[in-house]
Design a protein around this ligand. Structure first.
Ligand code: DGP
Ligand code: NA
Ligand code: NA
Length: 211
């Protein structure tokens, strides 16, 4: 029996870019057009490691910066067996943040190079498509106040955005598409759906890659 594998589709971007909304809409749309699709979000706060991360983000605990970086990466690695299993079953995975958030958020802190930050995620399943929802921080701030979690300040988000911009130049082997997230939810959704359908067809005959 041959079963075409699912595609690994990742949405990235700064806070307020609409990733979570778009992930949910994409899963629905893919299902409606006859694909199997499931959403995953990182950090996955439900695991033991995820609870440490959640407590750190909510400022209920402090963790050393390298340590927390490795925990975020470990939180992705712990889901790899399940992700691979689903992809091999033909389920398309729509992922809200992945290793690129890992690199962008830690390397926005002083003293962290992109290279150091990328290391722990080397070998993770490689996305068939990364859509970077690009949004200026002026527009992002009009979408409402930042929350109270760690990292949710305009100064830090600006640094994160710079790192995302550097990151998309860094790895030419990643299928990276920039999406203008300042448009309406429906317009953004339409573009994301078209790109995803293409990635799903292209992934069918390819083995799952590695970052
Ligand atoms: P979210 O649940 O999508 O709002 O993500 C929680 C916060 O954690 C958000 O500010 C982005 C940040 N984040 C996501 N992934 C990583 C990561 O791998 N490393 C670091 N340092 N921060 C991350
Ligand atoms: Na957040
Ligand atoms: Na989100």
């Amino acid at each position: 029996m041959t079963c075409r594998r699912g595609a690994l589709i990742v949405l990235e971007g700064v806070d307020r870019a609409g990733k979570t909304t778009q992930c949910k809409m994409l899963v629905q749309a893919l299902e409606q057009s006859g694909h199997q699709a499931e959403m995953i979000r990182f950090p996955d706060r439900t695991t033991k490691i995820g609870q440490l991360i959640s407590s750190y983000l909510e400022k209920r605990s402090n963790l050393e910066d390298h340590t927390v970086h490795l925990l975020f990466s470990a939180n992705r690695w712990e889901l790899v067996p399940l992700m691979k299993q689903k992809l091999e079953q033909g389920i398309n995975l729509v992922v809200d943040r992945y290793a690129f958030s890992g690199v962008a958020f830690t390397s926005a802190k002083p003293g962290f190079s992109l290279d150091w930050c990328m290391h722990p995620d080397v070998g993770l399943p490689k996305p068939d498509l990364v859509m970077y929802l690009q949004l200026s921080l002026n527009v992002a701030s009009k979408r409402g106040e930042f929350g109270a979690e760690r990292y949710e300040t305009s100064v830090f988000q600006r640094a994160v955005q710079k790192r995302f911009e550097q990151l998309k130049e860094k790895d030419p082997l990643v299928n990276w598409k920039v999406i203008d997230a300042a448009r309406s939810i429906e317009e953004v959704h339409r573009e994301i759906k078209i790109l995803s359908e293409k990635a799903i067809s292209a992934a069918e005959n390819q083995p799952i890659g590695e970052l």
